[in-house]
Design a protein around this ligand. Structure first.
Ligand code: SF4
Ligand code: SF4
Length: 412
């Protein structure tokens, strides 16, 4: 999963477990002179938490001291530079993201857990001939927010049994928490140049979750960077969204564009999207640390859905088909818009009738604009007929302009 899909979503979690701070102040362990409890009891507590996390399916578990994050200046600069695209909520909740004490003044430690998923192998199909889209592996199956949130709540409940009265607030993806910062600070991996957290045995295919707690727990040592001189993710990113210095320009990232971005996708980027219709796994797939981490068998039809089926989805059909799935985040308009782009990128005349129908009938002007672009990209006689027919009926100014641009492109 990309940084964007997994780590930059908003909305505050309110899953606090345990008694209010005032009720259990006396039970807090005391800090030593260096501010950390290093006694046998606390080490034992960490082992018990790790064991509980493992039993709940979290392969990774790390502990960090809750403080302002060391990369605060970098994050500010990244946002000020416009790299967050339309994710304005990042700015709105920045203070909380940079220092969890803004969200929970009592917090003393951040427990981060990693829940691994293994992507299925990608079947060697000719996606252009077969008109198959591509979905990021993390989005297959049930929405991971729910899966991880349920397990985090269970972990919080188990810790509360070990330390009655402890404050434990779970956070999964949608909380104002810089997840990867805490994972790196808690020794769960290093920041890869693809901006994901990498672990030398588990690669980057895991979801993160955090428990903010008032328990004072000895932090785990950080893991050294093992990217070395490798630059595969930077070199192979289809849109050059990754830049040296761990900078991801969300405005160029396919994950952002296909999931978070609302409205039209900039024309110069559309051809680069290929068949990605929800997310993008390229910078993870090419990473040597992920090479061996592929499930033996997969669900190719889910990974590579037939595009014409998705092009016709009504709002209700979208809701039914993706109930309980992370794909709902894209919205029907966003997903069908992406499908139009992917169909155009097939350059397959077989896609023309579906695109022409969408151009005539889809209720979304955004979808119609992308359908026009896609017909222009295919550019055969049938595509031209579809564009001409729609032009006579199109009332939306932007969609009409897209039709004109597509006709003009075909004429050149
Ligand atoms: Fe984004 Fe590039 Fe990574 Fe794809 S390969 S998720 S476009 S940064
Ligand atoms: Fe690091 Fe190479 Fe993986 Fe990129 S592909 S994250 S540079 S090891």
């Amino acid at each position: 999963m990309s940084i964007l899909a997994s780590n930059l979503l908003a909305a505050e979690s309110s899953l606090a477990v345990g008694a209010p701070q005032a009720e259990r102040k006396e039970q807090l362990p005391a800090y030593s002179a260096v501010g950390l409890v290093t006694g046998v009891a606390e080490r034992r507590l960490k082992e018990d938490i790790r064991a509980a996390a493992r039993r709940l399916g979290f392969q990774l578990c790390g502990f960090a001291r809750a403080d302002s994050v060391p990369h605060a200046a970098f994050v500010r600069q990244w946002i000020d530079g416009g790299n967050a695209g339309g994710m304005r909520y990042l700015e709105r909740s920045l203070a909380q993201r940079l220092d969890p004490r803004h969200a929970l003044p009592a917090v003393r430690s951040v427990i981060t857990v990693g829940y691994r998923y293994l992507p299925p192998p990608v079947p060697p199909v000719d996606w252009q001939r077969e008109m198959r889209g591509r979905i990021a592996a993390y989005a297959l199956g049930a929405d991971y927010h729910r899966t991880v949130a349920e397990r985090l709540r269970a972990l919080a409940a188990q810790i509360a049994e070990l330390r009655p009265g402890a404050v434990l607030r779970p956070a999964v993806d949608t909380s104002a928490v810089l997840e990867r910062e805490w994972a790196a600070l808690g020794g769960m991996g290093w920041f890869g140049k693809n901006t994901n957290i990498l672990h030398n045995e588990n690669g980057s295919y895991f979801f993160l979750g955090e428990l903010l707690t008032d328990l004072a727990l000895d932090p785990d040592p950080p893991i050294a960077d093992h990217c070395g001189t490798c630059t595969r993710c930077l070199d192979l990113c289809p849109t050059e969204a990754l830049q040296p210095g761990y900078v991801l320009d969300a405005r160029l990232c396919i994950s952002y564009l296909t999931i978070e971005h609302r409205g039209t996708i900039p024309v110069p980027l559309r051809a680069k999207l290929g068949n990605w219709i929800f997310g993008c796994d390229v910078c993870q797939e090419v990473c040597p640390w992920n090479e061996k981490l592929v499930r033996e068998r997969g669900a190719p039809s889910d990974l590579l859905p037939y595009l014409p089926d998705l092009a016709r989805l009504s709002e209700q059909q979208f809701r039914n088909r993706f109930r309980g799935s992370a794909i709902r985040r894209a919205t029907r308009e966003g997903l069908v818009r992406n499908v139009m782009v992917a169909l155009g990128n097939t350059r397959n005349p077989g896609a023309v009738s579906v695109l022409a129908a969408a151009l005539l009938d889809d209720p979304s002007a955004v979808v119609r604009q992308h359908a026009a672009w896609a017909l222009g990209r295919i550019g055969d006689r049938g595509a031209r007929r579809g564009l001409d027919a729609a032009r006579r009926r199109e009332a939306d100014i932007a969609a009409r302009a897209a039709i004109d641009a597509a006709i003009e492109e075909g004429a050149q």
